[in-house]
Design a protein around this ligand. Sequence first.
Ligand SMILES: Nc1ncnc2c1ncn2[C@@H]1O[C@H](COP(=O)(O)OP(=O)(O)OP(=O)(O)O)[C@@H](O)[C@H]1O
Length: 303
Amino acid sequence: MTTDTTTKGATPGAPAPGETVLDARGVTMRFGGLTAVRNVNLTVNSGEIVGLIGPNGAGKTTFFNCLTGLYIPTEGEVRYKGNILPPKSFKVTAAGIARTFQNIRLFSNMTVLENVLVGRHTRTKEGLWSALLRGPGFHKAEAASRERAMELLEFIGLAGKAEHLARNLPYGEQRKLEIARALASEPGLLLLDEPTAGMNPQETRATEELVFAIRDKGIAVLVIEHDMRFIFNLCDRVAVLVQGEKLVEGDSETVQGDERVIAAYLGEPFEDAPGDEEVAEVEAAEAQAAAQADAVPGKENDR
Ligand SMILES: Nc1ncnc2c1ncn2[C@@H]1O[C@H](COP(=O)(O)OP(=O)(O)OP(=O)(O)O)[C@@H](O)[C@H]1O
């Protein structure tokens, strides 16, 4: 028998407002001697867009991989709506977490529509005999899947290109298609890994609008991004990872004003940042040098 579990008009599994959808506790990931992620706690609530930022190599993607079953954390646990996630990516997707990747991973020789249909496989249960015999149940489910896939393409603005090959889409549209494919699994939480990488400012702005629209559909979003303007425009909360550890978490203003974050991005250890005393010393030395220059004989004649 073939069934499509989609409830039309609603987001299946959409959480009640304010509910914690993601709860990562004490997540640590080691690769041999390297600790890529160390004891990271992070929650994402329904209705929220949360940003995850940090310098290159800070452990952001590794953390995403721990959330989505690609890696089994060395320590810690990850819960989705209160349940510990199974350590297999397809089971995590079935549970309600979908993601996109830093590098586009589309089926380039399939059409736009087919790519979205692939994303629906966790939401359809197609019996072998039903598929082989192509009975009425199969056709009904297939029609429902196509209808839902077209709705999603409409939502992201690619319905007019449903029959185009994915590889023929411009770069920005390929990134959008990845998001549509992730949405096809009807997630309650969407993880976006650098969604605006390589985009021009207009495409970035459109992606910002798209993420807001996704949030408005009741889907919580956790996003990794290097584009700070995008992050601070978009996110209700931002967590900063540095060398695998969560350094700061807060709203955009808090994070932007935190000198440890600035120091981490400039690549200098926080301890070496100049304190008030050092600043006063430098100012005194500069004042003294200026006074000495003024005292040089003949200086007055120059004026
Ligand atoms: N499979 C792996 N085996 C060994 N080391 C790894 C593996 N994956 C990641 N690392 C290391 O873990 C650290 C964190 O890498 P990760 O890709 O998570 O950082 P990132 O914050 O996503 O960086 P970027 O912003 O450049 O994408 C790096 O030192 C990286 O080399």
